[in-house]
Design a binder for this molecule. Sequence first.
Ligand SMILES: Nc1nc2c(ncn2[C@@H]2O[C@H](COP(=O)(O)OP(=O)(O)OP(=O)(O)O)[C@@H](O)[C@H]2O)c(=O)[nH]1
Length: 406
Amino acid sequence: MPHIHPKMGRLGLLRYISSFPTRTSCLPQPGFTGGPLCSQPTVRALSCQYRRGLSTTAPGELMKDLSGPEQRRLTALYDGLIAGQRASLAEAITLVETQHPRKKELAQVLLQRVLAYRTEQERLNGGRPLAFRVGLSGPPGAGKSSFIEVVGKMLTGRGHKVSVLAVDPSSCTTGGSLLGDKTRMTELTRDMNAFIRPSPTSGTLGGVTRTTNEAIVLCEGAGYDIVLVETVGVGQSEFAVADMVDMFVLLIPPAGGDELQGIKRGIIERADLVVVTKSDGDLVVPARRMQTEYTSALKLLRRQSKSWNPKVVRASSHSGDGIPEVWAKMESYRDSMLASGELQARRRAQQKVWMWNLIQENVLCYFQNHPSVREALPRLEEKVNTGTISPGLAADLLLKYFSSSS
Ligand SMILES: Nc1nc2c(ncn2[C@@H]2O[C@H](COP(=O)(O)OP(=O)(O)OP(=O)(O)O)[C@@H](O)[C@H]2O)c(=O)[nH]1
């Protein structure tokens, strides 16, 4: 799906909106007032803050719009989160995942405070990010959870705090789960220096990626210096995850054939590191072959970074072979990218993508819920269905109704 270009004019934006398919999650909900993410007071406070040129370290402005109990609740949540309490972090993530309009606003105020805190911490850290965000993807059964469990345990053993967030595309459409149930990573779940959060079980992929982006901020605020974002190699979720992390790692099992099984070419291009999993016992030979194949495949791809060449490594979560070496490669990636400034630049670019994705989602909802659009939509959809008018004309008409009465 194309992205909105920041320089696109209003008409261009409206035309662009019309290219979207209708999403059921955006259909008018009872009591919907057309409001976007934040209520007017919150938006006002945020835009006031912006106009006055205040830095985000002054989120007190936003708190003033809240009732006394809301302020107390948010303060307790913020204090608990900053103190690294897992229960507060879990509650804060639940808050950002909510569909409840008022709670959504509270979540934005909390996020603003946590962002301000994190920005200050980063300033004290010489402008270097406090946490390392790693995305991990691979086909079902590639060995992702076994790998995360082993790497996670190794890292907590070295004094790191590790959080694991999941983006599960299947949970968006079916409520089911490709990433398996909560029994995955049993040891890491019990580790006090680890925090594991399964994917929300409802919402669109856009919604899930938004909340995952926000959950990353919350995890970092709670002192987790390594954030692992896991997804399964299905649909667009891998690309979404690649857009929210510092490093993107592809896990592939040693396949029997010569084909690069079930792996999208586009996603190989995004990989900073490919790990051939299960490299033990009888699987060592096919794992070596996969390593050679992928190394050749990567050589043909355009380089994404000036300071890093994607690598292919082998590891076994069962025997532990190669696990410390994989982590060493990840650290060396982070160090090179930090030293060249590319990591920071990537984060800045991601912030923009995130913002435009949010705008995309909210503008589309706003459009679809606009009274004139709602009134005309069934009739025009029917005419498009029967071929009476072209989709282009229907879109133009809807945009005209929208713009003439908004
Ligand atoms: N031989 C071997 N088997 C492994 C290794 N890692 C995982 N497996 C096996 O591969 C299967 C899938 O492992 P998981 O870690 O659940 O894989 P996953 O990618 O998280 O799977 P999904 O949750 O389905 O996405 C299990 O039967 C594991 O025991 C390994 O290092 N060596």
